[in-house]
Design a protein around this ligand. Sequence first.
Ligand code: NAD
Length: 427
Amino acid sequence: MNKTYNAFDTAREQFDKIAELLDLEQASKDLLREPLREFHFSIPVRMDDNKVKIFKGFRVQHNDALGPAKGGIRFHPQETIDTVRALAMWMTWKCSVVDIPLGGAKGGIICDPHNLSQREQEQLCRGWVRQMARNVGPLIDIPAPDVMTTGQHMLWMLDEYEVIYGGKYPGAITGKPVGIGGSLGRIEATGYGLIFTVREALREMEIRVEDTKASVQGFGNVAQHAIELYNKLGGKVILVSCWDQDSGKSRAYRKTDGIILKELQKITDNFGGINKEKAIELGYEVLPGEAWIEQDVEILIPAALENSITAENASSISDNVKLIAEGANGPTTIEADRIIKEKGIFLIPDFLANAGGVTCSYFEQVQSNTNYFWSKEEVLSKLDAKMTDAFISVSDLAKKQKIYTRDAAYILAVDRVARACSSRGWT
Ligand code: NAD
């Protein structure tokens, strides 16, 4: 990744472009290109060696005009405030594009949980909540898991919050384990949500799912569930890729008559890494990871990491590709985006395509607040309705204004938030 890349600069650049297109007033521009609130704090933790170590924590609430802010908490040794600011802004647009009554936030702690004992991690979670308790909660800002944080971290955070307030507030945090306030369907939500939008895009292009093949970058949570539903609808995935920890390289696994999800899952670790030797035994062709983008397929699904479609590799996209559905956050660079647009490929932008996760987190919050939990079928059918409606709104706008789907999604999302700010009398 480019060392000078600053995610917040990118997020603001994207916003500025849309603000111009929407002809937003100066006050709205000034309000929305910066976070509404930002918290920087120190978290003292007594470590296992009995010494106290101070960790740095953040929470950025970009905008909450549409409802309480929502966003994950990341544990990362290289966390920066600008990354958190950018991610908080993107959360505002993501919640808005799927029309859920939530704003955008993100938080983090500079730390590497691999080097911390369970007790130290628990103290860190509780310490984060002690610093933020007055400024988060079911009606203010609802944290969730993110990079290197889990349901267990969320439960410790919730417990601390409930100790401070002396009551039960299950809607204060999402991403809790199922059975202790978590929602059924959350594991599937992002991958399934992605395929609900793929299904709608194909319908619009009058292409039958059964007549399509896909190549997928990544084989983690998002990719595996996306493949599961895509297969159910009749599509065939011919290649998946993953990061190979041992060799320090990415690899792709191909079966031109279709990979078999269950057999690959059996030889995949918890981080989405596929065992190469076992894959060869099962008859998979092993290719360099970069091969995922060059396949002769109708659909490309980047579901691994940011900046994976670049100006360098976008030209190797097959002329057969009709659709790119961005499962990952920010998988396409600005230059590559221009190439995709010129090629006339239908693009489902990340903050729409992968919004199934936050939509289901919203469902978890609703269930937690009412203390009544839905069946998995109910969750997934509500998710389908939300994702389908969001896709249709974006696609209708793109057709009506003859604009690129990414721009349409941004226009819709920013416009909703700007209107909420102005209706509230903020701008
Ligand atoms: P994950 O950690 O479960 O899986 C990531 C996968 O990507 C693994 O298979 C890993 O081996 C692979 N990978 C890593 N580096 C790679 C490389 N260089 N080349 C090829 N493969 C590589 O993660 P996930 O939860 O599936 O998330 C994937 C993407 O989707 C991320 O960008 C994440 O931010 C985004 N996302 C996830 C969710 C969610 O609910 N999980 C929601 C919204 C967005």
